[in-house]
Design a protein around this ligand. Structure first.
Ligand SMILES: [Zn+2]
Length: 64
């Protein structure tokens, strides 16, 4: 099959939200409630930019 079209992201790569510190599933990281929207996914009636509207962000887990 021929598919014509530009693919912006490489296969397998997930675009990170501004609030993410790492790709989901990265060892040493975990999901956390987005502090910008408190997990609602919305800020001021608009989708939260930090978490992309998911309400959660991926953060590194402190091993201390
Ligand atoms: Zn958010």
């Amino acid at each position: 099959m021929a598919s014509s079209g530009a693919s912006a992201a490489p296969a397998g790569a997930t675009p990170l939200n501004p609030g993410d510190e790492a790709q989901p599933g990265t060892p040493g990281t975990g999901e956390n409630t987005c502090p910008a929207c408190s997990g609602t996914g919305r800020v001021s009636n608009a989708p939260c930019q930090e978490c992309g509207g998911t309400g959660v962000i991926t953060e590194g887990i402190g091993g201390g």
